[in-house]
Design a protein around this ligand. Structure first.
Ligand SMILES: [Zn+2]
Length: 273
């Protein structure tokens, strides 16, 4: 019997993760084992789950993350593919619990699938979110083609230059990704420095940040919402590219039009357009 049996709320949450993993593959954002998903599932944990034995020995996180003590996460497995996770989430990811002391974790279900090597950085972001009292429970890393392409030009790496361009492509971009797109200069994948820089960027009031010449890291209340923000931003980048492909620089919405969107939708960052 699997951990999802007779737990409809937990199963629904894992099903949404699998659905998003399928979208990432279909969009061409998840080649080979690219990308990661980590979701805080603590709210779905019951007493029977708490009493389940671990599969294997405790493993060090590599960091002490005090707010995560007693928390539970679903995480994609190391070297696993999003396209496989879409079909079989519990064979390509695992459910872990953070042990007392918040320096180690153990795998609880359904198989002994070791979590992604990015686990320490994803968990560090979740620790940060809980410390801030944030309702966000999901983190997503993926490689959206057009957004990554933007980061190969210095022009778009300047603070909020890409944000303004993307918002100006269609009104929905600002409405549904109202904090814009943060930028993190190139750092080695999986490094502590990249994790720290990502948290600093999110703390600068972004839900989605770009890792230069690599991919996006997004956080939101759940995995579908995190995916939606990335999808909306990448769509705007595609519109920009389509216009450039037609031989012209797109005009973009005016500042007044974007200010109107901010006012009508009551968006944050009212002064940024
Ligand atoms: Zn990556």
């Amino acid at each position: 019997m699997g951990i999802l049996d007779n737990r409809p709320a937990l199963k629904a949450g894992i099903d949404r993760i699998a659905e998003v993993a399928g979208y990432l593959w279909e969009k061409g954002w998840a080649e080979r084992n690219g990308g990661n998903i980590t979701v805080n599932i603590t709210e779905h944990v019951d007493d029977v789950m708490r009493s389940l034995p671990a599969l294997g020995a405790p493993r060090p996180i590599g960091k002490v993350l005090p707010r995560l003590e007693g928390c539970w996460f679903y995480c994609k497995g190391t070297q696993k593919r999003m396209r496989d996770l879409a079909r079989a989430p519990m064979a390509n990811g695992s459910i872990i619990r953070i042990l007392p002391g918040a320096a180690s974790y153990e795998i609880v279900a359904d198989a002994l699938v070791a979590p992604t090597s990015e686990l320490p950085s994803h968990l560090a972001v979740h620790d940060y979110l809980l410390a801030k009292g944030s309702p966000y429970r999901a983190s997503l890393h993926t490689h959206p083609i057009e957004l990554v392409a933007l980061t190969h030009s210095r022009r778009w790496l300047e603070k909020d230059v890409a944000t303004r361009m993307l918002w100006s492509m269609i009104p929905e971009t600002k409405a549904f990704c109202p904090r814009g797109l943060g930028m993190v200069p190139y750092l080695l994948p999986s490094s502590v420095e990249l994790a720290d820089a990502t948290i600093r960027a999110i703390d600068g009031d972004y839900d989605v940040v770009m890792w230069e010449k690599h991919g996006v890291f997004a956080v939101d209340v759940d995995i579908m919402s995190a995916f939606d923000q990335v999808d909306v931003l990448n769509k705007a980048a595609q519109i920009y590219i389509a216009a450039r492909s037609m031989g012209f620089e797109p005009e973009g919405m005016s500042e007044a039009q974007m200010q109107e969107i901010s006012a009508v939708f009551g968006l944050p960052k009212q002064g940024l357009f």
